[in-house]
Design a protein around this ligand. Structure first.
Ligand SMILES: Cc1cc2nc3c(=O)[nH]c(=O)nc-3n(C[C@H](O)[C@H](O)[C@H](O)COP(=O)(O)O)c2cc1C
Length: 151
């Protein structure tokens, strides 16, 4: 398995989730994290699972994440396994929105296949911190991805 985790993070919380995911996945194969504005959407190489995460800001992913997704060629995404996650407030999704759902929908629209439903990890305030246990939950989510992938 060769996993690439592309993420954005203003205050560091989404980054912690991205790293927890990568750490778990690295016990199954290669797993690399890269910031969305440093990632090259034309160069996904031999990635076979692309995981994209963003803070939810104004109900949607941040600009670098949106533009990364927009610039991935459709040929690259055809048949690629993807998963989306976000961080946001722990309130009803109708109030908070969810970047992960938008990420997933946009990638599906471009031909990718979702391997696991979008997931949200929660912060207790605008700048964090993550609610206790969220990094562990991210690690478990990653484990589910790995298990689906190697089946
Ligand atoms: C400009 C801005 C807009 C935000 N809008 C939302 C929102 O619509 N829904 C939500 O749940 N949280 C919102 N938040 C809180 C962020 O989700 C929170 O800052 C983020 O999860 C922290 O992750 P980070 O440390 O990786 O940036 C917003 C935060 C900022 C700075």
């Amino acid at each position: 398995m060769n996993a690439l985790i592309v993420y954005d993070s203003k205050f560091g919380n989404t980054e912690k989730i991205a790293k927890a995911i990568a750490e778990k996945l690295s016990s199954y194969g290669q797993a690399k994290t890269v910031l969305a504005d440093k990632a090259d959407p034309q160069e996904l190489g031999n990635t076979d699972i692309l995981i994209i995460g963003s803070p939810t800001q104004a109900w949607r992913p941040t600009e670098p994440v949106q533009s990364f997704i927009k610039n991935i060629p459709e040929e690259t995404l055809k048949g690629m396994h993807i998963a989306g996650f976000d961080t946001r407030f722990r309130k009803t999704r109708l109030l908070t929105g969810s970047a992960a759902r938008i990420i997933t929908k946009r990638l599906e629209k471009k031909g990718a296949g979702t391997i696991i439903p979008p997931e949200s990890f929660f912060v207790s305030g605008m700048e964090g911190p993550l609610i206790e246990g969220e990094e562990k939950r991210a690690s478990e989510w990653a484990e589910m991805i790995a298990e689906k992938k190697i089946k």
